[in-house]
Design a protein around this ligand. Structure first.
Ligand code: BES
Ligand code: ZN
Ligand code: ZN
Length: 489
């Protein structure tokens, strides 16, 4: 669906050409395209400000039916994210217009002051992600994704860029897979359903899979995980995926929170705060989709994906506030609040991974706390780790992929807040302030000697309203970041 080509606009008949235009600098070096831009800029309604758009027809010296000029804004502000956003937004418009095929005129890299492959990659990402339509539950499928998005480059550049379209397609397919899992409603995504869906997709792409079912979890004393699952009619599981290429030296582990619905349990949530809780398995979706993507990309590293899956419901069998449970690692936990369930399933998964797989690095992703959303808003994730080098690597990959992360502190003295009068720890901190930090400190008690980082994605995992290259619903935040990070580590 994504393609690179170098057509002659004079002779080759095409329907739609998209031309990005900068407000205050020439960024194309094609004479014909610059001619069209000159014409567009003469129009009162087009100043090439960010988001400006004008369609031109009837060209004497071009075989193109229509050219849509799109403003990128000021040169100083153009970065990879501006390119991603421009492509996502225009693909959206073209879907709405009912187009099937478009060509995008790629600006000259020298003029953009960017590396050509990076610029093309960003544009392709925006286009590919923006071309996703989630209409599984609609009777009328009004919006059809574009069949072909072509990027026009100079003939001498196309060879070097050959590998980009398949790579971008594979990684974006991972993001889209995570998005669809997250947007799936919880009635069609019980722990049993979700487990099956992950395993069947993972096997199809050649990952080694192992599922610990309720019986195994009981036998192996996953007490914290089982306490969360107790109130649900659905049975919990833990899925372990493994990508093990020959010759890999280091082992990396990813752990993802998989709460298919978080009602809060007996400490039940109120209306508004429960509404989007089908997305409380975003960490799990992102880890599973990343594992599948790594397998498809034939990544060189050995990676384990551990995914604890439960539903958090109130019932006569549900765990009560005040109950004390014994975690897989042996530490006892007083359940101060059944809505702080994410940390309970994560610590059992983390302890299991550390014990069985002894990874050099372990990273967990979780929609863990509302407090993290208060701190950083809906577009930035919190990174918590005692390892500043690991934080730096995560943040760098986040900046590159625009899945932005911000390092948060892990002050030792805040551990006070997790003390229990009766057990080793309380899952509910004694202060409501700094809730994202105390949640991370709780997890840190179970990372052992492993280099570990926790990414709280409660904000960016789910959009109520869509953006330029992501519709409303699951965002798949983390897949692109992790794919980049694993290549770097
Ligand atoms: N799943 C929620 C966190 C959440 C909130 C995710 C908003 C996405 C958007 C988590 O299980 C939870 O309920 N956390 C509590 C913890 C508290 C009881 C210590 C919270 O954040 O209020
Ligand atoms: Zn909760
Ligand atoms: Zn939760």
């Amino acid at each position: 669906m994504l393609r690179i080509g170098s057509i002659d606009l004079k002779t080759q008949k095409i329907d739609t050409l998209i031309v990005p235009v900068c407000e205050d600098k020439k960024i194309h070096d094609d004479r014909l395209i610059n001619g069209v831009i000159k014409k567009a800029l003469k129009l009162k309604e087009f100043k090439a400000e960010k988001g400006d758009r004008v369609t031109l027809y009837d060209f004497k010296d071009l075989a193109t039916e229509r050219i849509i000029c799109v403003g990128l804004g000021k040169f100083k502000k153009i970065d990879h994210e501006v390119l991603r956003t421009f492509c996502g937004a225009i693909v959206n418009r073209c879907i709405q217009a009912g187009f099937e095929k478009i060509w995008v005129a790629v600006p000259a890299a020298e003029k953009l002051k960017m590396e050509m492959p990076d610029a093309v990659e960003a544009m392709m990402e925006g286009a590919c992600l923006g071309n996703h339509v989630f209409d599984k539950y609609k009777k009328e499928k009004k919006k059809k994704p574009l069949k072909q998005i072509n990027f026009r480059v100079k003939p001498e550049a196309s060879g070097k860029l050959r590998k980009i379209p398949p790579k971008v397609s594979t990684i974006c397919a991972g993001t889209i897979l995570a998005r669809e899992w997250i947007s799936t409603p919880s009635n069609e995504k019980t722990p049993e359903h979700f487990t099956r869906s992950i395993v069947s997709k993972a096997r199809k792409h050649g990952l080694k899979t192992r599922v610990l079912r309720e019986k195994d979890l009981k036998q192996n004393k996953f007490g914290a995980l089982l306490a969360v699952a107790a109130g649900s009619q659905s049975k919990p599981s833990m899925v372990v995926l493994e990508h093990k290429p020959a010759g890999a030296k280091k082992t990396l582990a990813l752990v993802g929170k998989g709460v298919t619905f978080d009602s809060g349990g007996l400490n039940i949530k109120t209306g508004d705060s429960m509404a989007a809780m089908k997305s409380d398995m975003s960490g799990a979706a992102v880890v599973a989709a990343t594992m599948i993507t790594l397998a498809r990309l034939k990544t060189k590293s050995h990676v384990i994906g551990a995914i604890p899956i439960v539903e958090n419901m109130p019932s006569g069998k549900a765990t009560r506030p005040g109950d004390i449970v014994r975690s897989y690692a042996g530490k006892t936990i007083e359940i101060g609040n059944t809505d702080a369930e994410g940390r309970l399933i994560l610590i059992d998964a983390m302890s299991y991974v550390v014990k069985k797989h002894k990874p050099q690095i372990m990273i967990d992703l979780a929609t863990l706390t509302g407090a993290c959303v208060v701190a950083l808003g809906e577009k930035i994730a919190g990174v918590f780790t005692p390892d500043d080098d690991l934080a730096e690597a995560i943040i760098a990959s986040g900046n590159k992929t625009h899945e932005r992360c911000w390092q948060m502190p892990m002050p030792d003295d805040y551990k006070e807040l997790l003390k229990s009068d009766f057990a080793d720890l309380n899952n509910m901190p004694s202060s409501r302030w700094g809730g994202a930090i105390t949640a991370a400190l709780f997890l840190s008690e179970f990372s052992g000697d492993t280099r570990w980082a926790h990414i709280d994605i409660a904000g960016p995992a789910y959009f109520k309203k869509g953006g330029a290259y992501c519709g409303p619903g699951g965002t798949g935040f983390g897949v692109r970041l992790l794919c980049d990070l694993i290549e770097q580590l």
